[in-house]
Design a protein around this ligand. Structure first.
Ligand code: ADP
Ligand code: GLC
Length: 478
């Protein structure tokens, strides 16, 4: 049996700020348990809900050197949905109301976490064959395995995978501080290793030292080899292209199932959505204080409110989006300029705009179920899970053709009767607006066609079944 350890900074159901948590929580469940023993390790953040904390059991603790510091490392464990989870405990590093804080704090937090994970392995009776690292927070792991840990018999031969969920975030700080924090020798701080443009870069270290590098869609795997999407590392991505693979994310079809979802007002499926889905719209309109109208075209957004998500396009034409024949429901937090934009338009058009500026999983389910269309005009999108959720809930995605959005949403073709959504190519507000208006026209004037788009979208299979198989192949090859 192959042993694999997932190392990540977030994981459903314990802690989530974005799609990373969905992936880390779901993928281990969908790999073949006869062949792979996959376990997951994340920080024991103070902000993990109490109901999960109560289930954690003490495993062990020890003191660890992190350069000149000596730090406490506690290891807790629990089992959830058939998967074993470990938590690295340290009240100093993992305090606070959110998993991430100021970057200079996070830089030290995740250096500690990475080293603690590796140091804990001999104490938990689990020597992985492969360590599967996710995003910059775990980028130091392949580097540390290469360094001090390579002289230790226990670690010799452990393979590493670095999965890039978002190349935008790299974990960058000045070399001197990183040397001081990590205790890694100057040898590692050159441009062919951790250094990038004069600073130290965790993700780069991970990419350089990992045995395999993956990212979360095929299109993004290609895009990051270009300067526009490469975030300064396109040269490196080209150099590593032989070890770089795109595997599109799946969705946890048990968690996200309109037929059984306990958060939504009215369950429905592929067969009865024409009659039943709209009950979710009416109920949500009442709950949010919008004008109750089962016919009105309703657009949803559930998202981190950042530039990545294409919200400056929305900003540019928001008057036109919030037309009298449309309702617009937003759930998200992030950049204050976008939070305030949506708050302002809710104030301006109370009967048809709803701005929910907070994080709420239950409400996100209600929005996916209630809306007719889902807007995701991202500037870049490594994969994107929201569009997969909306497809599953019969909510037609309107997306920009980039990254995983391009790989998962097939544009509607009215001549061939194909497609599952609406899309536009250029990063241009009026192209987006045209796509929205086209969608609205089909919704109002060709409802049968609209329902066929919904039907095709709901039939698509973006469960983990397919993508988990691709990860399994990768694990087997290594
Ligand atoms: P990213 O990981 O870049 O944020 P994804 O589309 O991959 O984008 O995943 C985002 C996930 O986070 C989805 O599951 C989405 O529903 C969820 N999400 C984002 N913002 C909120 C929010 N304010 N409340 C609840 N869920 C949210
Ligand atoms: C990142 C990306 C998103 C992707 C998610 C999970 O947060 O922004 O596109 O779906 O990771 O892989």
């Amino acid at each position: 049996m192959k042993k694999i350890l997932f190392v990540a900074s977030e994981c459903v159901p314990f802690i989530k700020t974005g799609g990373l948590a969905d992936v880390v929580g779901a993928l281990p469940k969908y790999c073949n348990k006869e062949e792979f023993d996959i376990r997951v390790i994340i920080p024991n953040y103070q902000c993990i809900p109490q109901k999960y904390k109560e289930q954690m059991k003490y495993k062990t603790h020890f003191y660890m050197n992190l350069a000149w510091r000596t730090q406490y490392v506690g290891i807790l464990e629990t089992e959830y949905d058939g998967i074993k989870f470990y938590f690295v405990d340290n009240e100093f590093y993992f305090a606070g109301a959110k998993p991430y804080g100021e970057i200079y704090q996070d830089i030290e937090k995740f250096a500690f976490f990475s080293k603690a994970v590796l140091s804990a392995l001999p104490t938990i009776d689990f020597r992985p064959d492969i360590i599967h690292c996710h995003d910059w927070q775990t980028g130091l792991i392949p580097v540390m395995i290469h360094d001090a840990f390579q002289n230790n018999q226990f670690y010799r031969g452990i393979k590493t995978i670095m999965t890039i969920h978002n190349l935008k975030f790299q974990g960058i700080w000045d070399k001197k501080t990183i040397m001081d924090i990590t205790g890694l020798p100057p040898y590692y701080f050159t441009p062919d290793k951790l250094e990038a443009y004069g600073d130290a870069n965790y993700l780069k270290g991970g990419i350089v030292y990992a045995d395999m590098v993956t990212t979360v869609s095929n299109t993004y795997a290609d895009e990051i080899k270009t300067p526009f999407y490469g975030e300064g590392l396109d040269g490196l991505m080209n150099a590593k292209s032989g070890r770089l693979r795109g595997i599109v994310n799946g969705l946890d079809y048990n968690e996200w199932n309109p037929e059984t979802d306990k958060y939504i007002y009215q369950n429905y499926n592929q067969i009865n959505f024409r009659k039943e889905k709209v009950k979710n719209k009416v109920a949500l309109q009442k709950e949010l204080g919008l004008r109750v109208d089962e016919k009105v075209f309703t657009i949803g957004i559930v998202s981190r409110l950042t530039d990545q998500k294409g919200l400056d396009l929305v900003d540019y034409v928001i008057e036109e989006i919030c037309a009298p024949d449309t309702q617009f429901i937003v759930l998200g937090t992030g950049d204050p300029k976008y939070e305030n934009l949506f708050r302002h338009f809710e104030w301006k058009y109370k009967d048809r705009v709803s701005a929910n500026i907070y994080y709420n999983n239950e409400r996100s389910h209600k929005i996916y179920a209630a809306c007719d269309a889902y807007l995701m005009p991202s500037l870049f999108e490594p994969c994107g899970l929201s569009q997969l959720m909306s497809l599953r809930y019969g909510t037609v995605p309107i997306v920009r053709e980039t990254g995983g959005l391009k790989d998962t949403v097939e544009p509607y073709n009215e001549y061939e009767n194909t497609g599952t959504g609406f899309s536009f190519r250029n990063y241009n507000a009026h192209e987006m607006l045209n796509a929205i208006r086209y969608a609205k026209d089909v919704y109002y004037n060709r409802k049968r066609e609209w329902n066929k788009i919904v039907d095709r979208g709901m039939k698509r299979d973006f469960s983990w079944c397919n993508s988990a198989g691709q990860y399994e192949n990768l694990y087997r090859q290594m």
